[in-house]
Write a protein that binds this ligand. Structure first.
Ligand code: ADP
Length: 476
């Protein structure tokens, strides 16, 4: 099977969150299963800075963006068996940020046109074109309504994966003519229109041959008004082609026995290295080095999605216990300021690290006892799986992928891999966290059993990539 991924980010080249992890790991796993896989990404300046000397130059062409011709440089490198191709244009991607620019609509409109035209030039016309999130959501539409005349493209099937329905790509309809160079018929007949905007995600859901999202629970949730972010009706309408496949994590990279980011290695059989990692982490983030105190970690975008309103409201209460909290994240200013304030108010108990740091993230997964992730909604979530892999037990809300990946502790059987609460409220979050703290303090044997369970769960991509191959096979 020949599969082409097109996405806005992919590790190790560019990563801001879970999407980057998935694009880094799933293609690799598909290659291991014997598929031919390539990825197209934008050539951001941070990629040029870090990987520039590994890049092969494949020449350039011009694509028509509305009435303008725009340069498309083509670069390539091979990483762990996967061919990564890059769309190079300094005007759009020499910015220092992946998203959040004033002209993201134009940047990613250009990227999608360039990627579609590039398939012929790099001679990689796939059986399945797998696109991800709104930044590439117009591709299935463009393939069927703009590039349908290219003979080589006529059998391509498309899969669209929703990593987060919150970001839909809502733009002025003028973009259809001005950037995509297509007519307004599909906007005027309502197909591409939603709330009087052009909606890229809606376009993707209607035009893709299959739509997936990153956990079975989230696939159900987005059909409801509570989680559908206004598109629930479309999700219900298209539910016949919608399914959920839980993400894996890169278990080669995220391995407590070999992880190069952590100072001490450990395994499920011998956790002595984890205790040393805890001490090293406490020292690094400026907390008193104490073996006996439960250390609670958080690594996240600081947004409402991740339930930080609950955390901020309850943090005073939580810090009344004999605990330490280490937070790593960036995001909404209010949360950044609140956590910094708590860090100053409770210097012996709270360390707020308002930055993006992959190495510190690994040290938190490895060195903590508990990982707190009370998301309001969570398409899949990777952090809870990463923490379980390192024997750090998650306390999570029962939504989306958190529900599908964390087995709640059962005091009768001793089974489970973490702790969870169903009612999204600060009260239940604290109750559940206290239950975890009690078990940590009172019953080390039961705690160790949960660590065993968590660390031996299979979170690898093997299962997920087989599910994707099954899906692709149904299409071609
Ligand atoms: P989302 O994609 O919604 O942000 P996920 O849990 O799916 O959440 O994935 C988040 C990924 O980003 C994880 O790999 C996590 O370790 C990483 N991450 C989030 N914030 C930071 C940060 N401040 N520093 C380093 N890594 C981070």
């Amino acid at each position: 099977m020949k599969v082409l991924f097109v996405a806005a980010e992919g590790a190790p080249f560019a990563k801001t969150g879970g999407l980057g992890d998935v694009i880094g790991a799933l293609p690799k796993s598909l290659v291991k299963d014997g598929n031919e896989v390539a990825v197209i990404l934008p050539y951001y300046n941070m990629i040029a800075a870090k990987f520039g000397d590994q890049m092969e130059d494949l020449g350039y062409f011009y694509t028509k963006l509305g009435w303008r011709w725009q340069y498309v440089g083509m670069k390539k490198t091979t990483h762990e068996g996967v061919d990564f191709y890059f769309v190079d244009n300094e005007q759009y991607f020499n910015r220092g940020a992946v998203y959040g620019e004033w002209d993201d609509g134009e940047r990613f409109a250009y990227f999608q046109l360039a990627a579609l035209e590039m398939m012929e030039k790099i001679d990689f016309v796939p059986d399945v074109l797998h696109v991800h999130d709104y930044h590439t959501g117009m591709i299935p539409f463009l393939l069927k309504e703009k590039y349908h005349w290219i003979k080589a493209y006529k059998d391509i099937k498309t899969v669209f994966t929703i990593h987060n329905i919150e970001f839909q790509g809502q733009f002025d309809s003028g973009m259809l003519g001005d950037l995509f160079g297509v007519g307004y018929e599909r906007y005027e007949d309502g197909t591409l229109r939603w709330n009087n905007c052009l909606n890229w995600m809606k376009a993707a859901v209607l035009y893709a041959d299959r739509v997936t999202t990153v956990s079975p629970s989230y696939a159900e949730e987005i059909k409801t008004p509570e989680f559908g972010k206004g598109l629930d009706q479309i999700m219900r309408m298209e539910s016949g082609k919608l399914s959920g496949i839980v993400n894996g994590i890169d278990t080669d990279l995220l391995d407590p026995e070999t992880d190069t980011h952590i100072p001490y290695h450990f395994s499920v059989k011998d956790l002595s290295g984890k205790a040393k990692d805890k001490a090293a982490l406490q020292e690094r983030v400026g907390l008193p080095v104490r073996k006996d105190v439960p250390l609670i970690g958080m690594v996240s975008r600081l947004t409402d999605q991740k339930g930080f309103d609950l955390v901020v409201n309850e943090l005073h209460n939580i810090l009344q216990h004999d605990v330490q909290v280490v937070l790593l994240g960036t995001g909404y200013g209010d949360y950044e300021h609140s956590f910094s304030w708590f860090g100053q108010a409770y210097p012996q108990k709270m360390s707020a690290n308002i930055t993006f740091n992959l190495e510190l993230a690994q040290q938190i997964y490895a060195g903590c006892d508990i990982f707190l992730m009370p998301s309001a909604f969570e398409p899949c979530g990777l952090s809870q799986m990463m923490s379980m892999r390192y024997g750090t037990l998650p306390v999570v809300s029962e939504v989306g992928g958190l529900r599908d990946t964390v087995e709640p502790y059962n005091a009768v059987t001793g089974e489970g891999t973490g702790f969870s609460f169903g009612n999204f409220s600060g009260y239940w979050m604290v109750q559940t966290l206290e239950k975890a703290l009690d078990l940590y303090e009172d019953d080390p044997k039961a705690w160790r059993k949960l660590q065993d369970n968590a660390m031996t769960r299979d979170f690898s991509w093997d299962t997920a990539s087989l599910a994707y191959v099954d899906l692709y096979k149904q299409l071609v």
